[in-house]
Design a protein around this ligand. Structure first.
Ligand code: ARG
Length: 256
């Protein structure tokens, strides 16, 4: 008799607490201790295969997978927001997004506005030209018209070359289209997307001589040191466990 009563009490507590969990404005979600998962928002520009690109209705790629793995470690739900590349840092600084992950190179200029996580990959800026082009290296770009994606490091490099006309496009793909149509003489873009573009269209090649080495990292608001620390711990785990290599290998074959 007594036992039965206790059982009923327990059930009543359960129902009460469930009601509490279901109520709106539950602070538990923010503290990360509740049943409900908080949401973490990633800002990206999904025009950058293999790092991030559209596949049907989904945004997939190395960065999307890394973000999913990090979110899982943080016990949070990941939401990906696609936007123009040059809107990513403003989205992070304004708090519209929690972090930017977009094959984004760490640069001193960007570091004035955001913190960068530990780096998770390296890249180079390469030059794409038509197969029959007379351009063989960066020095030959003088006096030429070069296409880039607006606001990228490729944009910065191209702009630094003497006597170059820089054509800025919203998407790397559009720069490559312009090159195919002979509207421009070359495209400066990151090496992995360059490989994808060249593989997808006839008559293009990547020059052997590349610009300097760059490092990719996640951009996080300066006032969010807590997230920076958590992300760095998660990234270290992913490196240590081999999961990061696994993600990269899923999208980039080693023999390339
Ligand atoms: N690494 C270059 C930069 O940081 C290009 C990145 C472009 N990324 C993108 N998702 N479209 O400027």
């Amino acid at each position: 008799m007594k036992k039965k009563w206790l059982g009923l009490m327990a059930a009543a507590v359960c129902v009460l607490s469930m009601a509490a969990c279901g109520s709106k404005n539950e602070p538990a979600a923010d503290s990360g201790e509740g049943e409900e998962k908080g949401t973490i928002v990633m800002a990206t520009n999904a025009e950058f295969q293999p790092w991030e690109y559209h596949e049907g209705d989904d945004i997939v790629g190395i960065d999307a997978d890394i973000a999913a793995a990090v979110a899982e470690k943080l016990g949070m739900e990941l939401k990906i927001e696609d936007m123009a590349f040059d809107s990513i840092i403003p989205a992070v600084t304004s708090g519209k997004a929690d972090f930017g992950l977009a094959g984004m190179t760490v640069t001193p200029k960007r570091e004035e506005n955001v913190n960068f996580s530990d780096t998770y990959a390296t890249a180079t800026q390469v030059i794409i030209v038509k197969e029959d082009s007379e351009i063989v290296g960066p020095d030959d770009l003088t006096g030429k018209t070069v296409g880039v994606q607006l606001g990228t490091t490729g944009d910065v490099y191209a702009d630094d070359i003497e006597d170059v006309t820089v054509e800025r496009y919203n998407k790397g793909f559009e720069a490559v289209q312009a090159l195919l149509q002979d509207k421009i003489d070359a495209v400066v873009i990151d090496n992995e997307p360059a490989k994808v573009f060249v593989a997808e269209s006839e008559g293009l090649k990547i020059l052997d001589e590349a610009f300097t080495e760059e490092e990719y990292a996640m951009a996080i608001a300066k006032d969010n040191e807590e997230l920076l620390e958590k992300v760095n711990t998660a990234l270290a785990d992913l490196k240590e466990s081999g999961k990061l290599d696994e993600i990269i290998a899923k999208y980039i074959s080693a023999d390339e």
